[in-house]
Design a protein around this ligand. Structure first.
Ligand SMILES: [Zn+2]
Ligand SMILES: [Zn+2]
Length: 208
């Protein structure tokens, strides 16, 4: 979450998690999607259900090309014919293909194409209250990742696991990325193996 109103990807079970960290699901104005892998998108359907029936404030999705087609297919899989017939007409949604730079929900952003799997991943630099937040989604530790985090105040970057992590960044590569950008505060996420001393707990809120 950024500023209580932007969501960066939507893989987790969003409604219970948002409630537990004190965020009102209807307050979210925009969702930035880095790519369409299930661990980044499959928490979205119940959140969309909420935005269709409970809180109908407008919502914007920003993401890679094919965004509308991919997400509408996900909603259709989730609810079958009732999606188009009953729910879609109530859903105040805008789908925006991310541009190299643009504005969403009153905030400036830039997109950096990162290396991840076959279709790649959109990293975003978002300008909030005079600060820059960089968010990688999933990526190998290649040159575009350095471009993404360069000069950012805060970088939320994946560090999947120790050793060889296919199409992702290892802990070792994450440590050297951090060393190359000493002025940036790094928050590492997407950890799927191993344990890290001093790591935050699930659903712990960090004020940055
Ligand atoms: Zn992925
Ligand atoms: Zn992932």
């Amino acid at each position: 979450m950024v500023d209580g109103r932007l969501l960066l990807d939507g893989g987790a079970p969003l409604l219970p998690h948002l409630r537990r960290v004190g965020v009102e699901a209807g307050d979210i104005e925009a969702v930035f999607l880095t790519h369409f892998h299930g661990d980044h998108t499959l928490g979205l359907p119940p959140f969309v259900l909420h935005r269709v029936f409970v809180d109908q404030r407008p919502l914007t999705f920003v993401g890679p090309a094919g965004l509308e087609e991919r997400l509408e297919a996900l909603w259709a899989v989730s609810w079958g014919p009732d999606w188009r017939r009953v729910m879609r007409p109530k859903f105040k949604v805008k789908y925006l293909t991310a541009r190299p730079s643009g504005r969403v929900a009153g905030l400036k952003y830039e997109t950096v194409k990162l290396d991840h799997g076959t279709s790649g991943c959109n990293g975003y630099r978002i300008h909030v209250n005079g600060k820059v937040i960089a968010y990688s989604g999933d990526t190998e530790p290649t040159a575009p990742l350095d471009k993404l985090v360069d000069g950012a105040d805060v970088a939320i970057v994946e560090a999947t696991g120790p050793g060889d992590v296919f199409s992702h960044m290892s802990w070792e590569a994450a440590a050297s990325l951090k060393k190359r950008h000493p002025k940036t505060r790094f928050l590492f996420n997407h950890v799927y193996s191993g344990t890290v001393p001093g790591a935050v707990k699930d659903l712990q809120v960090l004020e940055v």
